[in-house]
Design a protein around this ligand. Sequence first.
Ligand code: LUB
Length: 207
Amino acid sequence: MSTRARQKPAASELKQERAIRTRALILDAAARAFADKGYPATTILDVAELMGATKGAVYFHFANKNALAAAVTEEFYARLRADAQQVQEQGLAPATAIRELLTRTGAMFRDDQVIRAGARLQIERSLIDADLPVPFVGYTETVTGLLRAAGAEGALPAGSDPEVLGRVLVSAFFGAQHMSWVMNDRADMAERVEEILATVLPGGAAA
Ligand code: LUB
């Protein structure tokens, strides 16, 4: 191994790593605040205090609260896309992949602060001065794509319309996660998703 390879990382590399770590900590703290208090009531001081830092440290990475909300929302969609990608890489039959995807998404809505924050920020989107993605489009396209593949395999009832079934599934999921959040902080999310799969998909949840 060359002597270069054994040397400590340059100071600039350490500084960059520290900045990346701090930005991730800020996003997590902001997600907690947005998820729990909502966008209007959250302050930059809240975020700083949640991560044990100064307001200056937050402002070094994010110009204002709008920028923080935009970054949390971007991470929200990145996590939804990454999870959908992981499901699709499992090589499951499309009808099984749909069930797996919705079950995992339900668990993320219950357990992942960034997901919980992203869902609330999109509800409060009219209060946020940032270009947030149009909600539901990406997720609905993913589910509808899997439904089309299921239909092509004969796993849907004859005459089923994947576009309609996709909108119904996503609408039911979004409504159920919202009701579950309001009524019990999403504690019963797994049961709510199970009911949707059993009711909306042919052959029920376990097919
Ligand atoms: C996901 C939300 C909340 C859809 O935009 C989106 O895809 C979503 C935005 O409000 O959940 C998952 C049902």
